[in-house]
Design a protein around this ligand. Structure first.
Ligand SMILES: [Fe+2]
Length: 346
């Protein structure tokens, strides 16, 4: 087996492939690491055939759908997963062929109702059902401590104790353990009475994951996160530095239009000298009157550089092929002590 473990913060993804046929599967890909996964697969000579999510994640953004589109490979999830974009849905005990290897799905609800563990040769990918020295939480949507007890004690822990455990999370830099080690030392697995286990899980009082609302929206619908929208916009536009903008202001006959897309009060409190005001919310409505020449060089700025990136992408989509975004925003411009003009537009 060819095997790569990729950590993104505490999230763990796994790329594994059949050494003979070079067919590979990627487990729990994270959206910010797509290039990394593709680079590792290329370096190892692997062809990714399956993108597998062990469950609907509530704490990070799954990269499965995006990669699936890019690779023309199916997103694999549990049969009753809410994600509408899952192409290949596995039932309990069903297997995927990966060259000469077999990936067996075990339905292990508890952390979420669609959680599954994946057994492959000498190891088991436990998702958030079993972590090293812990278990997944059961207080997020579709979580159920009774089901987790059952999945652990009556299912997962009955497998061969020599199986290596690769979880979906580890926040302490550990790579793996074994089922035997977890049975012996994992504090939560020492609570073997079902009622006591449920009581323990119900009184953990964990704080909510930072992006839970957005992560569930994105992972359950296949929509995009705000960060993804920004990254896609940023990848489609060129940027100009604050220094080059300042230098260009001093050039005589400079044809650059500086377009400030903030609201009027922010603009009037201080803008780049000569900048024109066209709030982002009115861009499409007023673009024809305000910017009649599509070949015009336009530099778009906002307060911190995000809205201007989106506005620049919109302008380029509309045919303004020379629109560029400011790398940074008016906040950085002010902090750099660069010139400001106040008051209404001329
Ligand atoms: Fe999770």
């Amino acid at each position: 087996m060819i095997f790569e473990q990729i950590a993104t913060g505490g999230c763990q993804s796994y790329l594994m492939g059949c050494a003979e046929t070079r067919s590979a599967a990627l487990i729990d890909p994270e959206i910010s690491q797509l290039d990394q996964y593709l680079a590792l697969a290329a370096r190892d000579g692997l062809h990714i055939r399956y993108l597998i999510d062990t469950h609907t994640h509530a704490d990070h953004f799954s990269g499965a759908r995006k990669l699936a589109e890019r690779l023309q490979a199916p997103v694999v999830m549990f049969r009753r997963s809410p994600a509408p974009y899952a192409d290949l849905r596995l039932g309990d005990g069903e297997m995927l062929m990966l060259g000469k290897m077999r990936i067996e799905a075990l339905h292990t609800p508890g952390h979420t109702s669609d959680s599954m563990c994946l057994r492959v040769e000498d190891r088991v990918f436990t998702g958030d059902t079993l972590l090293i020295g812990g278990t997944g939480r059961t207080d997020l949507p579709t979580g159920d401590p009774h089901a987790l007890y059952d999945s652990l004690f009556n299912r997962l822990l009955k497998l061969d104790p020599a199986l290596m455990v690769f979880p979906a999370h580890d926040y302490k830099g550990r790579k793996h353990s074994t089922l035997g080690e977890e049975i012996a030392t994992n504090p939560r697995l020492q609570v073997r009475d079902p009622q006591a286990f449920v009581e323990m899980m119900n009184t953990l009082n964990l704080s909510m994951p930072t992006h839970i609302t957005e992560a569930l929206r994105v992972n359950m619908s296949g929509g995009k996160s705000v960060a993804q929208m920004l990254a896609e916009a940023a990848a489609s536009v060129p940027f100009m530095s604050l220094e080059s903008l300042r230098a260009s202001l001093e050039q005589v006959g400079n044809a650059l239009v500086v377009l400030d897309v903030r609201e009027r009060d922010a603009y009037e409190a201080g803008h780049v000298p000569g900048a024109r005001l066209l709030p982002r919310g009115q861009l499409e409505l007023r673009v024809n009157q305000e910017l009649p020449d599509p070949t015009q060089r336009i530099l778009v700025c906002c307060e911190v550089g995000k809205v201007s990136t989106l506005a620049t992408a919109t302008l380029r989509e509309m045919g303004f092929a020379s629109a560029v975004a400011l790398d940074g925003g008016m906040k950085a411009w002010r902090e750099a002590g660069y010139p400001l003009q106040t008051g209404p537009a001329a």
